[in-house]
Design a protein around this ligand. Structure first.
Ligand code: HEC
Length: 466
């Protein structure tokens, strides 16, 4: 026993020395490497190089092993939010092209992040981030009309471009004759002029964003019917995304965008083993005369997809978001979602916004990691309205895992290895719960995007890497 210990002791000491040395290598970077990492961190997060004072500061933080602190410091820079807006804007576009112009979609991404609000609200929150009232209050016309903040804070008369130093309101009337601000037949709200004004005129726009409620705003606008709370779903019921997914078509396209935020293409979740109960009537059950082309092909998407997207049957977009339970009355009728309903009359007819999730079983169950969401709905297998469906997607493991991966790629500038993916998933779980270490940065709440950046940065910044 004693002899055995004697024998192992040198090896044990050697191991200790080795551990201590590699630990040192992880913690204390030499000046040159630390400077290089500081530069990388800043440039990757903001798209611009740091000032020399800032670089010195960040270098010291990294030499002291304070990666999270350095990251939070960089995230105070407005350019961090500008880059975030740009990179996330691709999620609102079917072709995944980033948009340099600020929209209600990218403003929401920034608003949630900068205000430390839970980021999963992007999917289901009743959120609309705009400029503050003061920036929208100005006079125009002869005699001058005061375009100001009154009982209808979001509807203003359109006097063309806003004077310098102001932004056009997000919702406004088409003509100068529109003085009845509460209900107006010609509300413009798809040109996103409010957001481009804000972006062009105020370099510090990320700091200025104010949170409003879509629900209250829509009460002031003419829609076929006001969008009820149960149908308000984060960025999806704002103009930028609505134009992309509810314009013509059959309101199925939105599922592509949902899945991309979860890190999947529709083709990757193809599952032809689900029952075809909810496949709509426009889908040919024998395309090109082949039953198996439907069974093996079409069904793989449409069985799951058509059940899910039923949450959106009341939406349309014709230059503005429209919402109407009446669209489906006396179905099938000439509403767009019933187009080609004669192809297979025995198929499913979507008459209300009750959705069904068949992908909680089969291969997509573990792929997506459905969990009972804490917000809005308690059932991921069925519900009614867009809000509960969107909350089900927000509650998945795939959503947080993918956010962690997206952040990793941004900071580390490469795809994670298999091993790193495991680490990222663990970090995603911590992100969901809230990371208490970041309390001093006010970033300890659940789904805090700044916390996710700080936590992920530690994987490739401040370490000696091969
Ligand atoms: C990879 C998934 C996928 C597969 C497989 C698939 N579809 Fe679709 N289908 C979609 C999506 C997404 C839309 C919505 C398209 C849009 O709005 O841009 C759609 C829309 C449709 C539409 C409505 C078109 C419209 O006017 O908006 C029909 C009809 C249709 N599919 C039939 C079929 C048939 C028939 C097959 C098999 C031959 C098939 N689909 C296979 C994903 C799929």
């Amino acid at each position: 026993m004693y002899r055995g210990c004697q024998f192992w002791r040198p090896l044990f000491l050697l191991a200790l020395v080795f551990v201590a040395t590699s630990f040192d290598a992880l913690r204390a970077l030499d000046e040159v490497t630390a400077r290089d990492h500081a530069l990388r961190l800043h440039e990757r997060l903001t798209g611009v190089p740091p000032s020399s004072t800032e670089l010195t500061l960040l270098t010291q933080l990294l030499r002291d092993g304070k990666v999270a602190e350095a990251t939070f410091r960089v995230m105070n820079n407005n350019y961090f939010y500008k880059e975030l807006a740009r990179s996330f804007s691709a999620f609102a576009d079917i072709d995944q092209q980033p948009n340099d112009t600020l929209t209600d979609f990218s403003a929401a991404v920034v608003g949630l992040t900068i205000s430390n609000r839970r980021f999963d609200e992007l999917f289901y929150g009743d959120i609309l981030y705009t400029a503050p009232d003061a920036l929208m209050t100005y006079q125009f016309g002869t005699p001058p009309v005061n375009v100001n903040h009154d009982s209808s804070p979001l509807i203003r008369v359109n006097g063309g471009a806003a004077p310098a130093g102001f932004v056009r309101p997000p919702f406004r009337c088409n003509t100068t004759g529109c003085t009845n601000a509460t209900v107006n037949p010609d509300v413009i709200y798809d040109d996103q002029a409010h957001f481009s004004d804000l972006q062009n005129r105020f370099p510090d726009w990320p700091q200025r964003l104010v949170l409003r409620s879509q629900y209250s705003s829509y009460q002031l606008l003419r829609n076929e019917q006001k969008v009820p709370a149960s149908s308000i779903a984060g960025v999806w019921t704002l103009q930028e995304a609505a134009r992309e997914v509810f314009n013509a078509g059959t309101n199925r396209r939105i599922l592509r965008l949902f899945l991309r935020l979860l890190g999947y293409e529709l083709e990757q979740v193809h599952d032809a083993t689900r029952p075809d109960l909810y496949v709509r009537r426009d889908v040919d059950r024998q395309p090109g005369g082949s039953v198996s082309a439907f069974q093996q092909g079409c069904r793989g998407c449409h069985a799951g997809m058509d059940g899910l997207v039923q949450a959106f049957v009341y939406f349309d977009f014709t230059g503005r978001l429209r919402y109407g339970p009446t669209f489906t009355q006396n179905a099938p009728n000439d509403f767009k979602i019933y187009r080609q309903h004669n192809i297979y009359p025995q198929g499913h007819l979507a008459v209300n916004d009750q959705w069904v999730n068949l992908w909680t079983q089969g291969p997509n169950a573990s792929r997506i990691g459905w969990r009972t969401p804490k917000a809005i709905t308690s059932d991921v297998t069925q519900g009614s309205g867009a809000a509960s469906l969107a909350a089900s997607f927000a509650g998945t493991e795939a959503f947080s895992n993918n956010l962690a991966k997206v952040v990793f790629q941004r900071i580390c500038l490469r795809a994670p290895t298999t091993l790193e993916k495991g680490t990222l998933n663990n970090k995603a779980r911590a992100f969901e719960e809230g990371i208490s270490d970041y309390e001093s940065f006010s970033a300890n709440g659940p789904y805090n995007m700044r916390a996710l950046h700080a936590s992920v940065a530690e994987m490739c910044i401040g370490k000696v890497m091969p």
